[in-house]
Design a protein around this ligand. Sequence first.
Ligand SMILES: Cc1ncc(COP(=O)(O)O)c(C=O)c1O
Length: 366
Amino acid sequence: MGIPFVDLKAQYKTIKEEIDRAVFEVIESTQFIGGKKLETFETNFARYTDAGYAVGASSGTSALHLAFTALDIGKGDEVITASNTFIATTEAITHTGATPVLVDVDDDTLTIDPEKVEMAITDRTKAIVPVHLYGQSADMDAIREIARRHSLKIVTDAAQAHGASLNGSRKAIQGDATCFSFYPGKNLGAYGEAGMIVTDDGDLADRMRRLGNHGSADKYTHTEVGFNYRLDAIQAAILDVKLEHLDEWNNRRRSRAKRYDEGLRDRPVRLVPEGPGRHHVYHLYVVRTADRDRLSEELRKKGIATGIHYPVPLHLQKAHADLGSGKGTFPVAERAAKEILSLPMYAELTDDMVDEVVAAIADILG
Ligand SMILES: Cc1ncc(COP(=O)(O)O)c(C=O)c1O
């Protein structure tokens, strides 16, 4: 039968009635843009993340672009982020006119290395963008300290980390602005494109909301040139239903991860550990082996789907050739890119399925 990498149908089956009702209510109301469903979801998501304000966006990428723009980041500025993230992080920086400055990552957690951040700071640096990769927080205490000393903003890319926390606090993983993606496969996934920014700064929230709505607070009054980056009501209604289940799904992901950890402990693979104080929500469960390509191919033959997040670090992507960082610049990220393999991970994964993946890996690698 095989084990898919994610199974969105399995999740839908468990909440079908609630979802169908919520979607139907939006259609009946014909309030497709803005309105009560959006306001309710923003309020509930702000409460869930323990943030002062939540501003809906049309995707995680537009959420990042809105945050950078509202913080007046633009031409001549530099923004530091990790080389092993999805390109959306650097696209959003580049589209403001600023320059992404990539740095290497911690060899264990694969999140941004604070020491490397500090070394990359120049008098043009405006912000740091830690990415909470795979579902666990970057080393936010160290990054906050660096940002404070150099008067830099922090925009956190939490696209993969809904519900993650640090030292028991969801606020502790946040920056001046924190951006989430609700891409369908995420821990909290829409049925299309959607995103969100949370912040404790009311003026920043207002500006992001205005910018995402054509620079307009009142219809046909445009105080600055903005974007159409609104989160639509059908997605908000779906996400609001799913938010109620998020903690339960994240707990299931954690228990799946624990079962993988135990099963793989004595196998020739390296695990990505949960960092100190971090509550990992396992958007992705990643193992490392020098034999990655063979492992993924043999698993595929056994009907087990896997992914690679991400196979080419951003400094080696053609799109960023202008940044001028060739092979060998970020050795930790480069080695990881050759070794990492994401195993099936979702709340509906059964014990038997995890055990089948573990047994297959044992069979292939010994
Ligand atoms: C780390 C990271 N940043 C940004 C994004 C962009 O989010 P979206 O696809 O919703 O634009 C994603 C997800 O795709 C992501 O994983």
